[in-house]
Design a protein around this ligand. Structure first.
Ligand code: FMN
Length: 177
């Protein structure tokens, strides 16, 4: 079982990172292999709607850092999408990644993979409605199984350390995957 965590926050050691680490801690105890990628470390160009991914071996024509991320995504059994709420949606870097998932529509390479969401925000769960629905519909479109989410209320860097319940939930989730 391979777990891939995609961190869509620019803050290393921030709330998204902390919650995802708790999940991975649980996973690693079970002996699963995991990989964590900070999306802000990668140069991801915007999808330009060239539509070559609908033919051309169903591959993206843009040869940038996304090629490495595609590889990790295809290898993974479970993908954790971690992003703080930015204006009631995901961060810009996470949205770039989602747009670049277009080749997976034709290739069906995400089919059957499990997806989990980790989302901290200042306002908490009530601020996540639109974001949650966007991910839920996108996972559905790609044939992925949406297995759950952790929506935490946290604002300052590391504030989520004070939320023992969500940290425990994240750890338990990792153990149960
Ligand atoms: C540009 C920007 C927009 C934000 N928009 C929202 C928002 O619409 N609603 C909200 O509750 N929090 C919002 N926040 C707060 C973050 O979601 C919150 O600080 C989160 O804990 C950051 O997670 P991180 O530590 O993983 O980066 C915003 C933060 C930034 C920088």
């Amino acid at each position: 079982m391979k777990i891939l965590a995609l961190i869509g926050s620019p803050r290393k050691g921030g709330n998204t990172d902390i919650l995802v680490d708790k999940i991975l801690e649980g996973c690693n105890e079970k002996g699963f292999s995991s990989e964590k990628l900070y999306l802000y470390d990668f140069s991801i160009s915007a999808c330009n709607d060239c539509r070559l991914c609908k033919s051309e071996n169903y591959e993206c024509a843009i040869k940038d850092d996304m090629q490495q991320i595609y590889f990790s995504m295809v290898e993974a059994d479970i993908i954790i999408f971690g992003t703080p709420v930015y204006w009631y949606g995901p961060t810009g870097q996470m949205k770039l990644l989602i747009d670049r998932m277009r080749p997976f529509i034709a290739s069906r390479k995400m089919q059957g993979k499990k997806a989990f969401l980790v989302v901290p925000s200042e306002e908490g769960a009530k601020a996540c409605k639109a974001l949650l629905e966007m991910f839920r519909m996108s996972f559905d479109y790609l044939g992925m199984e949406f297995i759950g989410s952790i929506l935490s209320k946290a604002y300052e860097r590391g504030e989520v350390w004070g939320n023992k319940e969500d940290l425990r939930k994240a750890y338990e989730l990792g153990k149960s995957l």
